[in-house]
Design a protein around this ligand. Structure first.
Ligand code: BDP
Length: 651
């Protein structure tokens, strides 16, 4: 029998506490379990860019109907990867329009013959707009390049004698004023200067608009009655950990649910039944950030078992979700994790590397986390879009705290504040919260970076967006990152934490490091006086070409980057005693940008090069972050003495 609200949820789709989502269905990360299998589709796909003038030849000729090789020449394209940098054709690097990917897959017989098996195609990210066909039949469309989407393809793969299926994905990277991030297409009509039909893509952000299948694509199975979504929130009552759960089921209204919480040694510490409840964990081990506690990142496992009776016999589904017990709160001048002041000493990142562009890559990811830990960084912001789910999982495991940012970067045109844009932005926040709500590492949502928040419609836009995000998830604070003036910022009244970017002695008063202290102190004082909210210096930095040396320092040299950072640190050290709760360097590593006279092969504000080698500033920051860690580390009694977590990442 159905218990709790799960039956209703099957109709309404998942509910977070108190707020109905427009989205249908959950987006649990596909994990193997006794009832679930996965088949990864990474590797070589067939590929073709549609270079026709209107970019629509693929649709006119219906390239999805037959194998791609039959409608013209194809290239081998690795997945996951951006398509831009893997080839030798200059036209492909900057291509704007539709590209076509295709892959033939052989399926296990059980998947195609057992009608009690549900087969799902999941695309981790396709930048930017994607249309998907299986065996020539349209199965999904998705807008947005940084969040996963799925299609139930059971009927298609189970309808014929075939044990293989052909997956075709058309992807368009065009950005318009209503996409996130926004962009504009500029047509040049002067035929004395430009060839006929000439256009370029303009954007208001500086990272390169890499495109393609950036994250894993896979097929996975569930039973036809299945666990569709789980929502966890956690709390503490004295020493007792509280794990509130809601489980959403699809496929039937008649089922039973059992949940068990296991500690890191596999011991059951709490259990319950039904679609909703609270588990109580006496003497709980808390999830602490890296360097804040001897045993950071303690993860329990929530095992959910669904059983149901059907005419064909019993069905069961099983899903295990990592759970960290921790609380987050914000006061007038503090950011609290587990009730203790937390100071963000971390970085801003990008998903970016040589050749693969924004393509997901395990070696790169592990290298980046090793560098973060070497640096003594306890946090990062997913500037300027949601990162791969696997990144968030490592943050949970290593205790790296995350400010989870939407792709709302470069919202500067009035058109991008229209209702159409706002509606899409609301949906993106729903998709983001749905995907990342259960990660203990995520402590705050950022709805945007450096929007033109002084424009008149920005007040309503951010008020609505932030309120909606809080409805979706009342358990986390919400912010957006500003570079505007404190008194002109129409969004700031609605945020919980002020995140401010500034580039003193880089974009202003360049070459004059002597003004930094005064200007930075003034910045902090004005923001605090106006809003009385904690402040994070969410970006600061200097362009630096690795190996350029100049003393006394000149711009672009490693000495200038270090000198500039030191000036910022003097002020941060004063203000962190009052209300500044964090500092995030721009940027972790050099990254690719659009070509422009201001950028020499990309943005060079990394403290590591694009190949992840340290510049001088990395050593300076490392010394600072470890010092900060030792000062701000929590020497708690009760929780500390109970912790036996086996995380290897102690210090
Ligand atoms: C900031 C933006 C960031 C840029 C940075 C820069 O938030 O995306 O890369 O400037 O110019 O304003 O380096």
């Amino acid at each position: 029998m159905a218990r709790g609200p799960a039956g209703a949820a099957a109709v309404l789709g998942p509910l977070l506490w108190g707020c109905a989502l427009a989205l249908q269905g959950g987006m649990l990360y596909p994990r193997e379990s006794p009832s679930r299998e996965r088949k990864e589709l990474d590797g070589l796909w067939s590929f073709r860019a549609d270079f026709s003038d209107n970019r629509r030849q693929g649709f006119e000729q219906q390239w999805y109907r037959t194998p791609l090789r039959e409608s013209g020449p194809t290239l081998d394209m690795p997945v996951p990867s951006s398509f831009n940098d893997v080839g030798q054709d200059g036209r492909l690097r900057g291509f704007v329009g539709w590209v076509w990917y295709e892959r033939e897959v052989t399926l296990p017989q059980r998947w195609t013959q057992d009608l009690g098996t549900r087969v799902v195609l999941r695309i981790g990210s396709a930048h930017y707009y994607a249309i998907v066909w299986v065996n020539g039949v349209h199965v999904a469309e998705h807008e947005g390049g940084h969040l996963p989407f799925e299609a139930d393809v059971s009927k298609l793969v189970q309808s014929g004698p075939l044990s293989s299926c052909r997956i075709t994905i058309a992807i368009n990277n065009t950005l318009t004023p209503h996409t996130l991030p926004p962009g504009t297409i500029l047509y040049q009509k002067d035929t004395s200067k430009y060839p006929k039909g000439y256009f370029v893509q303009n954007t208001h952000f500086d990272f390169f608009n890499y495109a393609g299948l950036h994250r894993p694509v896979l097929l996975y199975t569930t039973p036809t009655i299945y666990i569709d979504d789980i929502t966890i929130t956690t709390g503490m009552d004295q020493n007792t950990g509280l794990v509130n759960y809601k489980v959403f089921v699809q496929g039937s209204e008649h089922f039973q649910l059992e949940v068990r919480l296991l500690d890191e040694e596999g011991k059951v510490v709490a259990q319950g039944t039904g679609g909703q409840g609270q588990l109580q964990v006496p003497s709980a081990y808390l999830w602490w950030p890296y360097l804040m506690h001897e045993h950071p990142a303690y993860l329990y496992s929530l095992e959910v078992r669904l059983t149901a009776q059907t005419a064909a016999g019993p069905v069961s589904d099983f899903y295990a979700l990592p759970v960290g017990i921790r609380t987050v709160a914000v006061t007038e001048n503090q950011f609290l994790i587990n009730g203790k002041p937390f100071y963000f000493h971390g970085v801003n990142k990008h998903e970016d590397a040589d050749i693969r562009g924004k393509g997901f890559d395990w070696p790169l990811l592990v290298k980046d986390f090793n560098l973060l830990r070497w640096l003594g960084a306890n946090s990062f912001r997913t500037s300027h879009y949601p990162y791969a789910e696997e990144v968030m999982q490592l943050c949970d495991r290593y205790g790296i705290v995350v400010i989870d940012e939407s792709p709302g970067v470069g919202i500067v045109l009035t058109q991008s504040y229209s209702n159409v844009s706002l509606q899409h932005h609301l949906e993106v926040m729903e998709e983001l919260v749905r995907r990342d709500k259960n990660h203990p590492a995520v402590v705050m949502w950022s709805v945007a970076n450096e929007p033109a928040s002084y424009l008149k419609p920005a007040g309503y836009y951010f008020k609505t967006l932030i309120a909606h995000t809080k409805d979706l998830d009342p358990s986390r604070p919400v912010t957006f990152v500003t570079n505007s003036n404190y008194e002109a910022d129409l969004g700031a009244p609605y945020v919980d934490v002020i995140c401010v970017n500034s580039y003193y002695s880089w974009y202003h008063d360049y070459g004059h490091m002597e003004v930094i202290q005064l200007q930075l102190a003034t910045q902090f004082e004005k923001w605090y006086r106006t809003y009385q909210k904690p402040i994070i210096q969410s970006e600061y930095g200097a362009e630096t070409i690795a190996g350029f040396h100049q003393d006394p320092p000149l711009m672009f040299s490693e000495e200038y980057q270090k000198g500039l950072l030191e000036q910022y640190h003097l002020v941060l050290d004063q203000k962190r005693k009052e209300y500044v709760v964090g500092e995030l360097i721009w940027n972790f590593a050099d990254f690719m940008t659009d070509q422009s006279p201001q950028r020499a092969m990309g943005n060079k504000k990394g403290i590591f090069t694009r190949q992840r080698q340290p510049k001088g500033a990395a050593f300076l920051l490392r010394e600072r972050y470890w010092k900060l860690a030792n000062e701000t580390r929590y020497h708690g009694s009760a929780v500390k003495s109970q912790c036996v977590g086996n995380s290897p990442f102690t210090f």
